[in-house]
Design a protein around this ligand. Structure first.
Ligand code: NAP
Length: 452
């Protein structure tokens, strides 16, 4: 496994894959560590997460530079990501004890209550797009609930994986309670099958989700799947178009468009389509593409050359099917996995840009006859992660919110994750939830205890 700087195309470092014997040794030590960790109080566990937050905050520039190097994230966005990781630590330090305390239920017995007990070792299979955030949002509640975590990070962010392991080490977490293993996606199956692994959390593509769910299903092991999306952003007739355009462009371009909950399909009612289209293109033109460590850059290279080429092929296929390029759509000369801010118009159901996830800086503009057709088009997808709705009529918006098939729906705002709120999808965007009370309850045994 090796890391490559997507800005220059140059190799950074090799990370030899771990043998199964080496992983077996790690799992044995992790299991031992878990057996004592599970007995610690939630407050005792919180001490380590507080320290982890402090380490994250004091090294944020270093981590942001590492993400820029390994996957092309602009520096300022990297700083924000690390601050969010520290916040998720703070959140569970404050709330985990409340979420995990015994719950007493009145029944015919003299006493009945629910206890939340850890499961054991959770395998975290993570993606490269938010190399720190995805890991912390999974690991912090999982550890706070008394489990251990083995991280299999994406192959192109080996340095980030090591840096995260070091955060927990420096925070004084008992050895092997959080361990990084270098392993390619194709060998994850063997680890899931190991008897010490009790559950799996995957954030990644739908294809990886199908494969992991099949293996874990055969082993009867719990899985949480945070997969891809094609989030619809619906703009209704009475929307504030200027505000909607600002929010929609930001929502498309965050992390160079490489976010599961980035806005991907913009569905605008016919009466406001032209105005939205013109303003949207003008605002997309303001993106500054360049090396992620340069000041003022809002769009770095994509994370890998193959992903850039795959995105370009999706654009070309959509054009063949009738879509029109209003901006971008051309691979710039020179090194690096750069792809410009791109706008496709005349996108219809059935086209690649409508059906597939566009994981990069490409917006698909879709015209709907009216709001009924807009909602129908929003739901006409195999995905169901996030969605947004733009209108001044909040009563109508709240009604329509329940008609849209998605794990979250934001009104006049971009979809985002927040430690206070559950995060996850339906349909082929996955199942299970992360963050909030729902997230910390995923990897626990919800045990019923009854006294006659
Ligand atoms: P990916 O190719 O599925 O990789 C994600 C992780 O899964 C990596 O660690 C990868 O390892 C591993 N993997 C790949 N194929 C596997 C398999 N067959 N069995 C077991 N593990 C496998 O996804 P990506 O390209 O890194 O990330 C982009 C995708 O993730 C997009 O679809 C995006 O929407 C989704 N995503 C979802 C969320 C969410 O919260 N819902 C958040 C972020 C991203 P290798 O790197 O070694 O292949």
């Amino acid at each position: 496994m090796r890391t490559i700087d997507p800005t220059s195309g140059r190799k950074i470092k090799n990370y030899p894959e771990f043998s199964l014997a080496k992983i077996e040794g790690i799992l044995e030590k992790t299991q031992k560590s878990f057996m004592s960790w599970r007995k610690q109080s939630v407050n005792a566990r919180a001490v380590f997460m507080k320290r982890a937050a402090k380490i994250l905050r004091s090294n944020k520039e270093q981590y942001a530079r590492l993400m820029a190097l390994e996957m092309g994230k602009p520096f300022d966005q990297g700083i924000n990501e690390i601050e969010k990781c520290a916040l998720v630590c703070d959140f569970y330090v404050e709330h985990a004890a409340k979420y995990l305390s015994d719950k007493y239920i009145k029944t015919q017995a003299s006493k009945s209550f629910i206890a939340y007990e850890p499961l054991g070792i959770v395998l975290a299979v993570m993606p490269w797009n938010f190399p720190f955030w995805q890991v912390f949002r999974c690991a912090i509640p999982t550890l706070m609930a008394g489990n251990a975590v083995v991280l299999k990070h994406a192959s192109n962010v080996g340095g980030c994986a090591l840096a995260i392991e070091k955060v927990f080490k420096e925070a004084g977490l008992p050895p092997f309670l959080f361990s990084n293993i270098y392993l390619s996606g194709s060998r994850v199956k063997n680890v899931i099958q190991h008897p010490f692994i009790q559950a799996v959390s995957l954030t990644g593509s739908t294809a990886a989700g199908k494969s992991i769910a099949a293996t874990a299903g055969a082993e009867i092991k719990k899985v949480v799947l945070e997969l891809g999306g094609s989030d619809p952003y619906i703009v209704l007739e009475d929307a504030d178009i200027n505000q909607a355009v600002i929010t929609c462009v930001n929502a498309r371009m965050i992390n160079g468009g490489q976010s599961c909950v980035a806005a991907k399909r913009f569905i605008i009612v016919a009466s406001r389509f032209k105005e939205f289209e013109e303003k949207f293109v003008s605002r997309m033109q303001l993106q500054q593409m360049g090396p992620p460590l340069h000041e003022g850059i809002t769009l770095g290279p994509m994370a890998r050359h193959d992903l850039r080429d795959q995105l370009h092929a999706q654009v070309q296929q959509s054009v063949k099917q009738g879509a029109k390029i209003l901006l971008g759509g051309i691979i710039p000369p020179g090194p690096g996995a750069f792809y410009p801010a791109t706008v496709l118009s005349h996108v219809h159901p059935g086209m690649v840009a409508f059906r597939q996830e566009l994981f990069g800086p490409v917006a698909a503009l879709i015209k709907a006859k009216d709001e009924v057709e807009a909602v129908k088009m929003a739901n006409d997808t195999v995905f169901g992660l996030g969605a947004a709705l733009f209108t001044k009529n909040l009563a109508k918006a709240q009604h329509l919110a329940k008609e849209i098939q998605a794990g979250s729906l934001f009104i006049n705002e971009a979809v985002r994750s927040d430690p206070y709120l559950p995060f996850g999808g339906i349909k082929q965007s996955g199942y299970g939830r992360e963050l909030s009370e729902a997230g910390i309850r995923e990897f626990v045994n919800i045990k019923t205890i009854v006294i006659k």
